[in-house]
Design a protein around this ligand. Structure first.
Ligand code: GTP
Ligand code: SPV
Ligand code: MN
Length: 619
């Protein structure tokens, strides 16, 4: 078979009637670049889900899970080289390098476009190009946005169906004139070369050469070579964070790597809304679905990964979850730690890189059931307790479930409210074995920005090219996701705080991961994190006092609800130990980190560093 040339007329003939001309032209242009054998317009229907997932099972990329245990659910195994985001191949292609900033990989937009033309040329030969219209946020909502992802991966289409409002309704928005973000994706594994020589498909097509590229000035996304997660589901990190953060700066709103939850005080009926930014694989999904271990509170989930926030008519900050599903970390998820996630994943779910049991269900390290005598691991190989004894894992550390948010038993009744929910408090956290106390409150708004800017966290498996375990700076949990200069982003936060004045939510620093001298995590975490939320809402309501310290304002032992857990005063002191010498060293390191931003570093942030040192000196 030879390459096909697509005419606008031909593409239009295969497109839904409502697809506007500009979209048809763009699809035609990209089809003539990538040279697929066919073009398919995804409508997001159940029939389409069934057909595509059947095809994936037939091809062997999907294993259908036992329908009695996990109806309408599938397992996929990726290549070992394609298991997570690749930060070293993620580029911000702003016209000026300084606009990408020192923490992003920058590439010249003209040069990158030329490179991309080269790699995308013929990259879909032998495949279908799927046209995937999607809405981030409730379709038509005032904070929502639409996009089109072109992809040669059915795995991507099916995941996008769960993670976004995908299909007809989103296309209608575009037909009605909504601006849309164009996103081109290819796994980079054509089934034919330019001469017509064919090669067989593989179970997980991808390419060793990867480009995850963003053009913030034109709102374009091009992703090549990976089929996994944040590299390939372009509505998520590429659009909803990197591109959206640049839009948000231009238009006076905020795009953040944050969960959103509602905490209801059952006695008074009063509702609080909290967002929290923790680096990848540091507890957002878990906090979003928290089951309080103290009486009197109910938590419901609005979102688990991304928040878009705008000032509302009353001058408060309102947040929506732009996503429609959860792409959650599997290992460590169990009925003990996160029962609501387990319930959400009971059906209609895609699991990637977890282990398969002999009875056709999923298994991973940390799930409730003990390891069975035999599993198929994420490589597709036999796995027995003897392998585990050698320190091997059956599920990859970044293995994930893709599940519809609507299936979450505690999904908030207002999770799709187009105008969002008003935010009362913002948390920043990370994995810190030392130094950072369980909770601390900001002294003033600029201190809140300083708390976000100085987040450092032990790296996880959520990116392939970051050494897990090593402490790295991850300001606002946005290091891999900020689409522009990180220091300008801090400036934008300061501006938003200024604009909203005392209506801007207070910032809290939290740390669930502090360890004792034996390396054990001290704080029970998970449902017991409700105790921290309890203190925070009582603080915002002005009901409890705090003790001023080096990193912020801490709870008083007697005010904090520790009923029913094994945390005595000595343990408490460990959780709140703030060593001036350790913090002096950390501030030296922070100052050095900040210095890379040069003139762009906001003066308020520098001033906060000085105040921090004054507090150390006074301690
Ligand atoms: P991304 O989806 O990568 O952005 O991750 P996330 O921030 O949503 O992290 P998630 O909630 O999936 O948690 C990641 C890992 O941390 C899982 O293995 C959890 O079991 C573990 N974890 C989450 N919360 C806690 C906690 O309070 N204490 C402890 N010890 N572990 C936790
Ligand atoms: C993260 O790494 O923060 C994730 C997973 O939520 S991914 O979609 O791959 O970015
Ligand atoms: Mn995330």
């Amino acid at each position: 078979m030879t390459d096909k040339t697509y005419s606008v007329e031909e593409v239009r003939a295969g497109a839904p009637a409502e697809a506007p001309e500009k979209l048809i032209e763009w699809v035609t242009e990209k089809a003539n670049l990538t040279k697929p054998d066919s073009i398919y317009w995804a409508d997001g229907s159940e029939e389409e889900w069934t057909r595509l997932s059947d095809e994936m099972v037939e091809a062997g990329t999907f294993t259908r899970l036992n329908p009695e245990k996990r109806p309408n659910s599938f397992l996929a195994r990726s290549l070992p080289s394609d298991v997570a985001r690749v930060e070293s191949r993620t580029f911000i292609c702003s016209e000026k390098e300084e606009d990408a900033g020192p923490t992003n990989h920058w590439a010249d937009p003209v040069e990158m476009k030329a490179t991309l033309k080269g790699v995308f040329d013929g990259s879909m030969r032998g495949r279908t190009m799927y046209v995937v219209p999607f809405s981030m946020g409730p379709v038509g909502g005032p904070i929502s946005q639409v996009g089109i992802e072109l992809s040669d991966s059915a795995y991507v289409v099916l995941n996008m169906k769960i993670m976004t409002r995908m299909g007809k309704a989103a296309l209608n928005e575009i037909a009605n004139g909504a601006e849309w973000v164009p996103a081109l994706h290819s796994v980079g594994y054509p089934l034919r070369d330019a001469e017509g020589n064919e090669r067989p498909d593989v179970l997980w097509p991808c390419n060793d050469e990867k480009y995850i590229t963003h053009f913030p000035e034109t709102n374009e996304i091009f992703s090549y070579g990976s089929g996994y997660g944040g590299n390939a589901l372009l509505g998520k990190k590429c659009f909803a964070l990197r591109i959206a953060s640049t839009m948000a700066r231009r238009d006076g709103w905020m795009a953040e790597h944050m969960l959103i939850l509602r905490l209801t005080d059952e006695k008074t009926g009063k509702q609080y809304h909290v967002t929290a930014a923790f680096p990848s694989a540091c507890g957002k999904t878990n906090l979003a679905m928290l089951q309080p271990t103290i009486p009197g509170y109910k938590v419901s989930t609005v979102g688990d990964d991304i928040a878009w926030m705008r000032p509302g008519p009353d001058g408060r900050l309102y947040a929506i979850n732009p996503e429609a599903g959860f792409f959650g970390v599997a290992p460590g998820t169990s009925y003990k730690t996160n029962p609501m996630a387990m319930e959400t994943a009971r059906a209609n779910s895609i699991f990637t890189n977890v282990a398969l049991t002999d009875d056709g269900d999923v298994w991973w390290e940390g799930i409730d059931d003990p390891m069975p005598d035999h599993l198929i691991d994420w490589h597709g190989n036999d796995f027995t307790p003897a392998d585990a004894a050698e320190g091997k894992v059956a599920a990859h550390g970044n293995s994930r479930f893709t599940v519809p948010a609507s299936q979450c038993p505690i999904i908030c009744e207002d999770w799709e409210a187009p105008q969002g929910v008003p935010i009362d408090a913002i948390l920043f956290g990370g994995r810190r074995a030392t130094n950072v106390p369980l909770v601390a409150e900001q002294y003033e708004p600029a201190h809140g920005v300083f708390i976000g800017a100085s987040v450092a966290s032990e790296a996880t498996s959520a990116a392939t090219d970051v050494k897990a375990g090593a402490l790295r700076h991850d300001p606002f949990a946005m290091l891999p996701f900020c689409g522009y200069n990180m220091a300008d982003y801090w400036g934008h936060w300061l501006e938003m705080q200024d604009k909203l004045g005392d209506k801007f939510p207070k910032v809290y620093q939290v740390n669930w991961f502090r360890k004792d001298d034996d390396g054990h995590i001290i704080w029970p975490g998970f449902g017991d994190n409700s105790r921290v939320l309890d203190w925070i809402v009582r603080r915002t309501a002005g009901e409890v006092e705090a003790t001023d310290g080096i990193t912020g304002r801490y709870p008083k032992f007697e005010d904090f609800n520790l009923d029913g857990i094994d945390v005595d005063k000595a343990t408490w002191d460990q959780l709140f130990e703030v060593d001036p010498d350790a913090w002096a060293a950390e501030m030296d390191d922070t100052e050095e980190y900040f210095s890379q931003f040069g003139d762009k570093l906001p003066a308020e942030v520098t001033a906060q560093l000085e105040k921090f040192r004054e507090r150390i000196a006074a301690a």
